[in-house]
Ligand binder design. Structure first.
Ligand SMILES: Nc1ncnc2c1ncn2[C@@H]1O[C@H](COP(=O)(O)OP(=O)(O)OP(=O)(O)O)[C@@H](O)[C@H]1O
Ligand SMILES: [Mg+2]
Length: 255
């Protein structure tokens, strides 16, 4: 069985990479999880996951220089596929190859989490949302962030990708979340999966190159991610069907 989620947002810096790894580790308690840094132009998942020194990354696979397995690393109870950070690596990478990479990975996992780029303006940026079964929308508790996130939902929907849920991140205890969450319930197709507090543990985990759930598993933020993961009901698709769908996906031109 396999379900693919794109972890996406409107603007950058909402916490997609943090959330991809945190949800991945939480889901890995029950499922075989693979996380992929599909933000191939501005990759940084490798820094969050202590993989900055690895030899082979998704860039090599997308350039046709390495098989998918060579860029998959067993870390933190998951399979992690980091992407390189060089401009040359991005230039040589063929974004359309992501389809076959995801198809390869789908054969051998229950949950695929695609850490997605922020802007939806290029082929490499829209692919994760197009390929995924559902999108987890990460947003900060402000009205502009909500408005961006709604655009992501609208965009995803136009490619048949449902909303799995909405995850509020960097929430401060100032009451603003209540107002925004109430609006979110009205406008999003999926439930609010959780509200993750602003937390120093997130920053220090990032600096240590460890996902939050490894770095500070008992922090309130880690607890919020575990609750969010429990709310996310993973659906099962036949791995071969999913792989075939990814392989044959037509990559649309960006809007
Ligand atoms: N709950 C939080 N509390 C404090 N800092 C946070 C929290 N979530 C994320 N951050 C910090 O915010 C920054 C951006 O987070 P992250 O890299 O996960 O966002 P992103 O959406 O993936 O960004 P980009 O769009 O650049 O890929 C990081 O420095 C991270 O440590
Ligand atoms: Mg990111």
């Amino acid at each position: 069985m396999v379900e693919a989620f794109a972890v996406a947002s409107g603007k950058g810096g909402t916490g997609k990479t943090t959330s991809t790894l945190a949800l991945g580790m939480a889901l890995a308690e029950e499922h075989d999880v693979t996380v992929v840094d599909a933000d191939t132009g501005m990759a940084n998942l490798l820094f969050h996951a202590g993989l900055a020194e690895v030899d082979v990354t998704l860039h090599d696979v997308l350039a046709g220089d390495a098989p998918t397995d060579a860029a998959a690393y067993e870390r933190f109870g998951m399979r992690v596929v980091p992407c390189g950070t060089s401009l040359a690596g991005f230039r040589d990478a063929d974004p359309e190859r992501l389809r076959s990479v995801v198809a390869d990975l789908a054969r051998d996992t229950d949950v695929l989490l695609l850490d997605s780029p922020a802007a939806l303006g290029s082929k490499s940026a829209i692919l994760p949302v197009v390929l995924a079964d559902r999108v987890v929308v990460v947003l900060n508790p402000t009205v502009p962030s909500l408005s961006d996130a709604l655009k992501v939902q609208e965009y995803a929907r136009s490619y048949g990708t449902d909303t799995a849920g909405v995850l509020f991140n960097r929430v401060r205890d100032d009451g603003a979340i209540d107002r925004v969450a109430e609006q979110a319930e009205r406008y999003f197709d999926g439930p609010t999966l959780g509200t993750v507090p602003e937390s120093d543990a997130v920053q220090s985990g990032r600096q240590a190159g460890e996902p939050l759930l490894a770095h500070a598993p008992d922090s309130p933020a880690a607890r919020a991610y575990r609750e969010a993961a429990a709310t996310l009901e993973v659906r099962s698709g036949a791995a071969e069907d999913v792989a075939a769908r990814f392989r044959s996906a037509v990559v649309p031109d960006p809007p």
